[in-house]
Design a binder for this molecule. Structure first.
Ligand code: C2O
Ligand code: CU
Ligand code: CU
Length: 522
C-alpha cells in the first residue's frame, strides 16, 4: 500500500495572496449557498431525480454474546462496488461493504460490543457519534484500526483481550454501555487528518438506541419509521466519487487539499446512498429520522406539495432523543452531524399526491432531496402526544466555570488551517480539564459556518447571539449549527467516563484541517 501521511501539518505552508483569495471566494460562495465550502462539479451526466427507490439499510445482527455479557457484533470494513448512479458502479469504502453501513438497533441498558475488522487499504478509526462511550472505545482520532493485511481471523491470533494483538491483526473492539436515552446516533470514520475523504467514500451508518419510555408512545413505527441519511457527493466520469486529489484509486486516501479547506460540496444529493430517491408511502403518519451526514453542506429541508401548502415537519426529537413536547416547523435547517426526528402526516393528502423534500439552501440539482408518493389509504393509530418526555433543564449555577472557544481560520506555526482559540488539534494538549458532574457554560464564537460537536455527553443551547435558543436548538444536542460571526452559549455536563475526548467542527474538511480540540474529563 502507499504510505498514508500521518500528519499533514508539514504540507500546509504559507501560500500567500492567491490562497487568501481562494479562501475569501469560498467564503462568499458559502454565504450564497448557506454553507461554507466550494462545489465540486460531477463529470458525468446526472441521473433523473425521483426514479431510484429509497434504500433502507439492513439491520446489523449480533453474532453472539461477548464474554462481558454484551451483545457481540462484527463489522468488516471493505472496498466494494455499489450501484449508486443507475447502470454504473461506484467503488466505496463500506462497513460490511455497503453505504450506508448496516443500522444498529440497540436498547438502553443492554451493552453492545462491536468488533471492527479493517480489510481496507488504509487505517481507520470508528466513532459512535452521540454515544455515551468510555474514552478507549470512543474513536480517539489516533486509535487506529490498522489494515488487516494477511491475518484472516477475528481473534487477534487467538489472543482475545490483548488490544495490541488485536490491533496488529486489524481488529478493534468497541464497548458501548448503551446507558443513555433513546436517540438516533450514527457511526463514522474519525481518523486524524483523514476523516473527510473516508466518510465521503462511504464510512457512515446509523446506530439507533431505543428505550421503554419511547416505546410507550404511540409514534409511527415499523415501515413507517425511516432513517434518512442525507449527504451530497460528486461523481467522476467513471462514476467513482469525485473528491479533490482522489484520482489515484482506492489504494491511497489523500487528505484535504489546501484549496478545499473551506469544505467540499457535491452536486448530487444522496439519501441512504441513492440519488434523489423516491419512496411510496401510505396516507398515514411517518417518523423520519433525519441525519445530515454531508462533509460540509447545510440543508434547509421542507416538504412541498403542488397546489397545496407545504406539509409541516413536527419535530419530536433532536440529536440526543425526544423533546419535552413536539415543535412544528415549516422547514428545518440541519448542519453536518445534526439529527432531527420528525413526524410527517401524509394522511392529509389524497392518494396519488407527490411530496418533494426540497433543500431551500440548494441551487439547481442540490435544491431537491427526495420525493414521497402517497399510493394507498391505510389505517393509522399513531399520533404525536402533547408531552413526549421529561427534559431536565441544564442551568449553570452562579459561579459556574465559563469557557470561550473561538472557531476561526488561522495559521499556527506558519501553517494554514482552522483553529480553536488559535490552536490546531494537538492530541497531547488538553484545552480544558472538566470535572465530571459539573454544569459549565461554554461559549462558541465563529468566523464562518461551523457546526460544533462535543463528544461524550449532550448539551443544551441557552442563547444564540442576544436572543434565546434558536428554532432548531431544542432539547439535548450534541452538535450545534453556528452561522458566520455568531456567538452561541451552551450548558454542558459530563458524566461517568473520565478520560480524553475531542470536540470539533463537524465540517469534515475543517476537522481534518485541525479544527479539533482535546478535552479531559476528570
Ligand atoms: Cu460525528 Cu467527532 O464526530
Ligand atoms: Cu461524535
Ligand atoms: Cu468549521
Amino acid at each position: 500500500m502507499s504510505a498514508p501521511r500521518l500528519s499533514r501539518r508539514g504540507f500546509l505552508g504559507i501560500l500567500g495572496g492567491a490562497a487568501a483569495l481562494t479562501a475569501l471566494s469560498g467564503c462568499s460562495l458559502g454565504s450564497a449557498t448557506g454553507s461554507t465550502g466550494e462545489q465540486l462539479v460531477s463529470r458525468m451526466p446526472l441521473p433523473e431525480p425521483f426514479r431510484v427507490p429509497l434504500p433502507v439499510p439492513p439491520t446489523a445482527r449480533p453474532v453472539g454474546v461477548h464474554p462481558s455479557g454484551a451483545d457481540l457484533y462484527r463489522v468488516t470494513q471493505r472496498v466494494a462496488e455499489v450501484e449508486i448512479i443507475p447502470g454504473t458502479r461506484t467503488p466505496i469504502l463500506g462497513y460490511d461493504g455497503i453505504f450506508p453501513g448496516p443500522t444498529f438497533e440497540t436498547r438502553r441498558g443492554r451493552p453492545v460490543v462491536v468488533q471492527h475488522r479493517n480489510e481496507l487499504p488504509v487505517p481507520t478509526v470508528v466513532h459512535l457519534h452521540g454515544g455515551h462511550t468510555p474514552a478507549d472505545s470512543d474513536g480517539w482520532p489516533l486509535d487506529l484500526v490498522l489494515p488487516v493485511g494477511d491475518s484472516s481471523d477475528w481473534s487477534g491470533h487467538g489472543m482475545v483481550g490483548d488490544p495490541a494483538a488485536k490491533q496488529a491483526a486489524g481488529v478493534r473492539e468497541h464497548h458501548y454501555p448503551t446507558d443513555q436515552r433513546a436517540a438516533t446516533l450514527w457511526y463514522h470514520d474519525h481518523r486524524m487528518d483523514f476523516t473527510a475523504p473516508a466518510v465521503y467514500r462511504g464510512l457512515a451508518g446509523f446506530h439507533i438506541v431505543r428505550d421503554d419510555e419511547e416505546d410507550a408512545l404511540p409514534l409511527p413505527r415499523g415501515d413507517r419509521e425511516l432513517p434518512l441519511m442525507i449527504c451530497d457527493r460528486s461523481f467522476a466520469d467513471d462514476a467513482s466519487f469525485r473528491y479533490p486529489g482522489l484520482d489515484q484509486g482506492m489504494r491511497s486516501l489523500p487528505g484535504v487539499e489546501d484549496d478545499w479547506m473551506e469544505g467540499v460540496l457535491g452536486d448530487v444529493v444522496l439519501v441512504n446512498g441513492a440519488p434523489w430517491p423516491v419512496h411510496e408511502v401510505d396516507a398515514a403518519r411517518y417518523r423520519l429520522r433525519l441525519l445530515n451526514s454531508a462533509n460540509a453542506r447545510r440543508f434547509r429541508l421542507a416538504l412541498t406539495v403542488p397546489g397545496a401548502p407545504d406539509l409541516p415537519l413536527v419535530q419530536i426529537g433532536s440529536d440526543s432523543g425526544l423533546l419535552a413536547a413536539p415543535v412544528e416547523h415549516q422547514a428545518i435547517e440541519v448542519a453536518a452531524g445534526e439529527r432531527f426526528d420528525v413526524v410527517v402526516d401524509f394522511s392529509v393528502l389524497p392518494v396519488g399526491a407527490e411530496v418533494t423534500m426540497i433543500n431551500g439552501l440548494g441551487a439547481g440539482p442540490t435544491a431537491d432531496v427526495m420525493r414521497f408518493r402517497v399510493v394507498r389509504t391505510a389505517p393509522d393509530d399513531s399520533r404525536v402526544p402533547e408531552r413526549l418526555s421529561e427534559i431536565e433543564p441544564l442551568v449553570p449555577p452562579p459561579g459556574a466555570t465559563e469557557r470561550t472557544f473561538r472557531f476561526t481560520r488561522g495559521a499556527v506555526r506558519d501553517h494554514r488551517g482552522w483553529t480553536i482559540n488559535g490552536t490546531s488539534f494537538d492530541p497531547s494538549a488538553s484545552l480544558a480539564d472538566i470535572p465530571l458532574g459539573e454544569v459549565e457554560l461554554w461559549r462558541f464564537v465563529t468566523d464562518v459556518h461551523h457546526p460544533v460537536h462535543v463528544h461524550l455527553d449532550p448539551f443544551q443551547v441557552l442563547r444564540r447571539g442576544s436572543g434565546g435558543a434558536g428554532p432548531y436548538d431544542s432539547g439535548w444536542k450534541d452538535t450545534v449549527d453556528l452561522r458566520p460571526a455568531e456567538v452561541v452559549e451552551v450548558a454542558v455536563r459530563f458524566s461517568d467516563h473520565a478520560g480524553r475526548f475531542v470536540f470539533h467542527c463537524h465540517n469534515l474538511e475543517h476537522e481534518d484541517m485541525a479544527m479539533m480540540g482535546t478535552i479531559r474529563t476528570v
